[in-house]
Ligand binder design. Structure first.
Ligand SMILES: *Cc1c(COP(=O)(O)O)cnc(C)c1O
Length: 340
């Protein structure tokens, strides 16, 4: 099967399995797992933050990041197609007692101009804004990268008003690769940032949350409450360390495969791809005679796994475990279905 459903499907490399086998471990709830401690230290160094914490998932990273920067009854400003709004089971309502103020955007990218009228102080009739959430890269807008100047301006304006900024950087390293900007520079002014080791970086499990030391100390308590206090987690962190050190090198190839898919899609009558910047290709199939659901099923019969987003859009995600030839074969199958 050629699996283009997500970059979460990557399998651990032989080097990861070896490192997991040999990992030095301890009880991480006592902070005595040397491998987890090393991973957290490396993640802090790479993001340029004081501290970082190893988490089972990116959803937990967003959940804790929002919790750290808000009080019950506040609003979280986010793009209307954000992962936080659509794919995280309302955790910010359930755990943090907040509402999302969803702001529609053309391309998933919030700007200060677009959000300044909804960023509110305490008042007699409205909920104050606790945090602004930026999704970088933006998944449902097709892997779009935040321009650095936009991040910097939002952080400056937010902080001037006592509002926090959390970055959902599930694919932060794709943003760094695609923009040529070091990770630490991208997140320099955000308060907290989460990123996934388990996506294109290739680890089997795990995400990181990074930020100031006092917040990360609190994050440990929230992680425990959420059932994420793992014990000999060094087994997982060992693979995470390799993902962190070697994973970024794999991303350029994923991005060129995504651009290749974009070019092949543009040749199929009735298909319109979104602009590709990283490893996600979203495309509109409403000009073909087929529904996304039917195309997805027909692709599966031909050995290709690809998800549909809604009744118009489909999504292909490139990652380490698909090469250019396989992307080509997937596009051949898609062309055959759409032209047939
Ligand atoms: C995948 C993803 C997450 C976190 O997902 P988990 O499956 O919980 O690790 C968060 N934000 C975005 C944009 C994602 O794509």
């Amino acid at each position: 099967m050629i699996d283009l459903r997500s970059d979460t499907v990557t399998r651990p490399t032989p080097a990861m399995r070896q490192a997991m086998f040999e990992a030095e471990v301890g009880d991480d709830v006592y902070q005595e797992d040397p491998t987890v401690n090393r991973l957290e230290q490396r993640a802090a160094e790479i993001t340029g933050k004081e501290a970082a914490i190893f988490l089972p998932t990116g959803t937990m990273g967003n959940t804790i990041g929002i919790k750290l920067l808000t009080e019950h009854g506040q609003e979280v400003v986010a793009d209307s197609r954000s992962h936080l709004l659509d794919w995280e089971l309302s955790m910010l309502a359930w755990f943090s007692g907040c509402l999302i103020r969803a702001v529609p955007t053309e391309d998933g990218i919030l700007t200060w101009d677009a959000i300044q009228s909804v960023v509110k102080p305490v008042g007699p009739h409205w909920a104050p804004t606790g945090v602004i959430e930026l999704e970088n890269t933006h998944n449902m807008a097709g892997g779009r990268i935040y321009p650095q100047a936009v991040i910097d301006e939002i952080c400056e304006e937010a902080h001037a008003r006592g509002v926090g900024v959390h970055m959902d950087g599930a694919r932060l390293f794709n943003a760094a690769e695609g923009s040529g900007t070091p990770v630490a520079r991208i997140v320099r002014d955000v308060d907290t940032v989460t990123f996934c080791l388990s996506k294109a970086l290739g680890a089997p499990v795990g995400s990181m949350l990074a930020g100031p030391k006092p917040l990360m100390d609190k994050a440990r308590l929230y992680r425990k409450r959420l059932g994420g206090g793992m014990r000999q987690a060094g087994i997982l962190a060992a693979a995470g360390l390799i993902a962190l050190e070697n994973g970024p090198e794999w991303l350029a190839r994923d991005h060129s495969n995504a651009r290749y898919i974009e070019a092949r899609l543009a040749e199929i009558p009735g298909i319109v791809p979104f602009q590709v910047e990283t490893n996600i290709v979203i495309f509109d199939v409403s000009g073909t005679r087929h529904t996304p659901k039917a195309i997805s099923a027909a692709l599966k019969e031909r050995g290709v796994l690809m998800n549909f987003v809604n009744d118009k859009l489909m999504r292909a995600v490139t990652h380490r475990d698909v090469n250019t030839n396989e992307c080509g074969a997937a596009m051949d199958a898609l062309a055959e279905i759409c032209n047939g």
